[in-house]
Design a protein around this ligand. Structure first.
Ligand SMILES: NC(=O)c1ccc[n+]([C@@H]2O[C@H](COP(=O)([O-])OP(=O)(O)OC[C@H]3O[C@@H](n4cnc5c(N)ncnc54)[C@H](OP(=O)(O)O)[C@@H]3O)[C@@H](O)[C@H]2O)c1
Length: 291
């Protein structure tokens, strides 16, 4: 199969490129492929003739989006709309990645969000991503939407890399991490394997795709620092002690209910995945954190 990956330089895009290696893959990012530009998208599709598109491109700066609505909606709504029209016209299978931020996060922990729950995003980022999902919901577009959460990988920036940088540069200071927001950490490589399973099955639908189990950011950080073998104290704190431009969902635990029903769930327990991530990338992560 010929698979075109958009946002190919991003955290997930780079893992998709590695994991899809058994297929013919083209991974592009700005400026070579801009999903908001008709000329750019048509140029690549006409020339390369993919069978499937995996859209990893997005505006992902959650706080910045609050003041940059136009750019957030361009990449997160208008881009998917353009890809959907081309997928329909050329009968391509389209996979789009969405987020836990489509939910308000206001249900008791650990009650998870499932695909049939009504979204009600609280942030511009979440609203723009939900608008993007809706652009795909057009008759004749063969598509899958995978909502994921708390993504971390070897490439790009993520929460774990920030934690590690502080832990190795100023270990005696310790770390304070919020312990009242809960979710499902997701290894981008595992998600890439999940996406490939969906592409190969051409499974149409809305799927939650995040790590199995759940935890708080504090639990996530503590487990990571323990696995990395770093002597740095991690202390819990409350969201109210950490002012932020954007309201973060308190409960963004996703349940992979639709993948399980379809017999397609490839996601694993978040602690297992974190351990594999650390065993694969420990040295590279430390080098990057030390700068
Ligand atoms: N990271 C998370 O914790 C998380 C959680 C839930 C869901 N998600 C979703 O998962 C997907 C992948 O996220 P990620 O962490 O891999 O994001 P990422 O590292 O920010 O990668 C996104 C890539 O898309 C590119 N891009 C932005 N606008 C584009 C455009 N108009 N045309 C083509 N490419 C464009 C970005 O380029 P620039 O960097 O140059 O802008 C970047 O390389 C996104 O849909 C995101 O919403 C992420």
């Amino acid at each position: 199969m010929r698979i075109l990956i958009t946002g190919g330089r991003g955290q997930l895009g780079r893992d998709c490129r590695e994991v899809f290696a058994g297929h013919t893959v083209l991974a592009l990012d700005l400026p070579n492929l801009d999903i908001t530009s008709e000329a750019s998208v048509d140029g690549v599709i006409d020339l390369w003739k993919p069978d499937a598109i995996v859209n990893c491109a997005a505006y992902t700066a959650v706080d910045r989006a609050e003041h940059d609505e136009t750019k957030a909606y361009a990449a997160n709504r208008d881009g998917p709309r353009l890809l959907a029209t081309r997928a329909k016209a050329r009968d391509l299978f389209l996979v789009h990645i969405s987020t836990d931020y489509v939910f308000p996060g206001d249900r008791p922990v650990p009650e998870p969000w499932v695909e049939t729950d009504t979204p009600a995003p609280a942030s511009i980022y979440g609203k723009s991503k939900l608008a993007g999902e809706r652009e795909l919901d057009v008759e004749g577009v063969r598509h899958a939407i995978l909502r994921t959460a708390w993504l971390y990988g070897a490439h790009g920036y993520n929460f774990l890399k920030t934690i590690l940088r502080h832990a190795v540069r100023e270990p005696s200071k310790g770390l304070r991490v919020v312990n009242d927001q809960y979710g499902t950490p997701t290894w981008s490589r595992r998600l890439a394997e999940q996406i490939l399973a969906v592409v190969e099955a051409q499974a149409v639908g809305l799927f939650h795709a995040s790590g199995e189990g759940w935890c708080s950011w504090y639990d996530f950080a503590s487990e990571f620092i323990r696995l990395m073998g770093i002597d740095c104290e991690v202390r819990p704190c409350a969201t109210s002690e950490y002012p932020s431009a954007t309201a973060r969902p308190a409960n963004s635990i996703l349940e992979n209910a639709a993948l399980k029903r379809a017999g397609l769930n490839r996601m694993r327990d978040w602690k297992e995945d974190l351990a594999e991530y650390v065993s694969r990338y420990r040295d590279a992560l430390l080098r990057e954190a030390r700068g």
